[in-house]
Design a protein around this ligand. Structure first.
Ligand SMILES: [Fe+2]
Length: 265
């Protein structure tokens, strides 16, 4: 039996954000996902401010329309709906599109690329106590994590899950992000993979290259956790048991020295 392959991060509905701009483009993107082996695609448009929820109905309607267009085109790609919430202290997490498939539990959240917001640990603690689980989008691209990867370990120890971009493994976001993606994998700090697909060209809706890389390097069991078992549970709102993370090895010698200095070695 073929395994399911989930992509939990994409921007494929037309005219919502910086992702797809037309139904033609949307159909190219979902066909690209299907053709390259994705069986389950989660749609996660940017919510940059709470006011972006004003478009919730439009997103829900376009999601339903995409489902019927897929059915008409006889493409058996399963769709799931969530959002990519830009972290803010006052972010509203109580909308239909906040958590995947309205499960009230798992939601995708991104930090500004330049660093880790202050007081985020306290905020995440509150959220987790309240029964929700933040999934941090592309930590391997965040400058704060790149400079201090131990922060990723701390987040996971406190109940945050991590989604790495498929393109990071093949160098789409540069060498530091590629090395950080590998370091996070080695430390068992990655729980999901997403394409973060925005179009069918430069930021495609493809995860299979990362799947192949992960199977080769960390084995089929790890790959099936990341691409099938964890995301299936996240979409269903079920509990996810994760392996104990390992202390993370900073990927570069230079940053290792910096880290030692920080700890006073
Ligand atoms: Fe995204």
């Amino acid at each position: 039996m073929a395994m399911k392959i989930f992509d939990i991060h994409s921007h494929v509905l037309p005219g919502i954000d910086d992702g797809s701009q037309s139904w033609d483009e949307t159909m190219q993107m979902v066909f690209q996902a299907y053709e390259t082996g994705t069986t389950d695609l989660a749609i996660t448009h940017h919510i940059l401010h709470n006011s972006d929820y004003e478009r919730e109905n439009e997103i829900l309607e376009k999601f339903e329309e995409l489902k019927s267009r897929l059915a008409q085109a006889k493409i058996p790609l399963r769709l799931h709906l969530g959002s990519e919430i830009y972290y803010q202290h006052d972010m509203d997490l109580n909308h239909k599109i906040t958590t995947y498939n309205q499960n009230g539990k798992y939601f995708l959240v991104e930090f500004p690329m330049q660093g880790i917001p202050k007081f985020v640990d306290e905020k995440f603690f509150e959220i987790i106590v309240d029964g929700k689980v933040p999934i941090l989008a592309h930590p391997e691209r965040n400058l704060g994590i790149l400079q201090n990867p131990v922060r990723a370990y701390e987040f996971v120890q406190r109940g945050v899950l991590m989604q790495v971009n498929a393109g990071s493994f093949v160098g789409r976001y540069g060498e530091p992000a590629r090395q950080m993606a590998i370091a996070l994998m080695n430390a068992r700090l990655v729980h999901f993979i997403g394409s973060d697909g925005h179009n069918a060209t430069r930021r495609p809706v493809i995860v299979h290259d990362a799947l192949e890389f992960i199977v080769e390097r960390w084995g089929e069991r790890t790959a099936s956790l990341l691409f099938e078992h964890n995301p299936q549970k996240a979409m269903n709102g079920e509990e996810i048991k994760i392996p104990e993370p390992l202390p993370i090895e900073p990927p570069k010698k230079r940053s290792r020295f910096k880290l030692f200095r920080r700890f006073g070695f």
